[in-house]
Write a protein that binds this ligand. Structure first.
Ligand SMILES: Cc1cc2nc3c(=O)[nH]c(=O)nc-3n(C[C@H](O)[C@H](O)[C@H](O)COP(=O)(O)OP(=O)(O)OC[C@H]3O[C@@H](n4cnc5c(N)ncnc54)[C@H](O)[C@@H]3O)c2cc1C
Length: 414
């Protein structure tokens, strides 16, 4: 939808082809009797480009509450700093002095261990990144995580970050940090819909199965593929011409994972001081990857001030071994571990996303390189083919918006 909107702004009439019967993809909001329930993203990080885009839409933006800057982790207790002072100093020294370029075949956990030390890798980075990406750090590739860095030998990670920051010409947005909308993320989708619908041809309920059949039916000079990574793989596999590109990757499918979230309403705070949520390291006996405290992040997420809203997140192997009701029980087990006593919920709203994300590992890195080559080869044939999604340059919505804006310069500027 965001990509289609750049066309509309450029006085072009895009054709949107969508497999399901509604627009918005994973993003939608339920308005329940207890409060809002987000089915996927609960907000997005602001940036200059995000701000330009939302200023253009008829939406009511809300900013995260100041106390939600507090992020909690678990190491025997709920804490903001789960490592010793010595480990912290070691981590700082590593960040400023150790060579930041990944070694050959170094996975993200080994990379963090080498740069920051064992404790920071285990008790800070593993739960924090595991909570966002869903997968174990051992399966992830540092080049996929820091996709905006140009690697240079012998430079520290700090120096590499600084160079990447200098190169990006982005100005700071007026509202820094996480934003959302009064009516939840659905309001953002409706805002985009209002702008797009009158100037586009929308075809719902029609999955495209191969690139060649799509180009045959709609012979366009510009095609933007905005699908999840696993669907892009299927699309390319279907065509003789494009499937050859995948053969070089020596895998039969991209590794991916499912995510199960439960928004739980209750009358109880999870911890005395409000914050963003709590992330759990894998080794600490919790079943969930983490919990977000929605009613502390944004105001008016619940219908009454006495009601609290939390979203519990499970990802990875556990989803293959437990049923939905078993996972709901495990939330109560995890809650008791945090609170010692925990009362029954007022209501729970579960959502399962099968194959929600690819694993941000070596295979995905190579897949992205292949897509870059494919885009170039199509361009030489006169077709401007582009792939957009959370697997290209960063997992969050901000990365998707920033990438589109970067490629269609000033896409959302007035
Ligand atoms: C639980 C969860 C929490 C998240 N939290 C955040 C967050 O707080 N902040 C944030 O920034 N991001 C968050 N994300 C990530 C963010 O929601 C996604 O990255 C983003 O929504 C992806 O958008 P997309 O349009 O690329 O893909 P999708 O939303 O997957 O949309 C792809 C669309 O393509 C359609 N489609 C599929 N196959 C075909 C086909 N063959 N032909 C035509 N159409 C097809 C689908 O029906 C769908 O509408 C979260 C994700 C999850 C799952």
């Amino acid at each position: 939808m965001i990509s289609a909107y750049t066309c509309v702004r450029n006085q072009k009439k895009p054709i949107l082809i969508e497999a399901s019967n509604q627009l918005g993809g994973m993003i939608s909001t339920l308005d329940t009797e207890w409060g809002l329930v987000e089915k996927a993203a609960n907000g997005l990080l602001n940036s200059e480009e995000v701000e330009n885009l939302i200023n253009d839409l008829d939406v009511n933006v809300i900013h995260h509450q100041p106390h939600s800057k507090r992020r909690y982790l678990w190491n025997r207790k709920i804490t903001q700093l789960p490592v010793s002072f010595f480990s912290l100093v070691k981590g700082f020294v590593g960040f400023f002095t150790k060579p930041g370029s990944p070694l050959e075949d170094e996975n993200f956990f080994a990379y963090c261990q080498r740069i920051f030390g064992e404790e920071i890798a285990t008790y800070i980075i593993e739960p924090a990144m595991g909570g966002i990406y869903g997968s174990r750090l051992q399966l992830m590739d540092p080049k996929m995580i820091f996709s905006n860095i140009e690697w240079e030998p012998n430079k520290s990670l700090f120096a590499l970050f600084r160079k990447a920051k200098k190169k990006s010409s982005h100005k700071k947005p007026k509202l820094k940090g996480l934003i959302s909308f009064q009516g939840g993320m659905a309001e953002f989708i409706h805002g985009l819909e209002k702008k797009i619908l009158p100037h586009s041809q929308i075809i719902l309920g029609q999955p495209y199965t191969s690139l060649s059949s799509l180009l045959l039916k709609y012979p366009q000079k510009e095609v933007r593929v905005c699908l999840p990574a696993a669907k892009v793989w299927d699309l390319l596999k279907e065509d003789k011409e494009t499937s050859q590109y995948l053969d070089n990757l020596n895998i039969t499918q991209l590794p991916h994972l499912s995510i199960f979230t439960v928004t739980r309403f209750s009358k109880e705070d999870l911890f005395p001081k409000p914050g963003f949520g709590i992330l759990f390291p894998r080794s600490n006996g919790f079943h969930a990857n983490g919990v977000l405290t929605n009613s502390s992040i944004f105001s008016h997420r619940t219908k009454s001030p006495e009601v609290r809203s939390e979203t519990w997140i499970f990802a990875g192997e556990i989803l293959g071994t437990k049923t939905e009701s078993e996972l709901l029980e495990l939330i109560e087990v995890d809650r008791k571990k945090l609170l010692s006593t925990s009362s029954s919920p007022l209501a729970v709203y579960p959502t399962l996303w099968n194959h929600a994300f690819p694993i941000y590992g070596k295979e995905l890195y190579n897949f992205n390189q292949t897509l870059d080559i494919l885009e170039n080869n199509f361009l030489q044939k006169g077709i401007h083919l582009k792939f957009y999604g959370n697997y290209r340059r960063g997992i969050g919505l901000r990365s998707i918006i920033d990438k589109i804006a970067q490629e269609y310069k000033g896409a959302f500027k007035n």
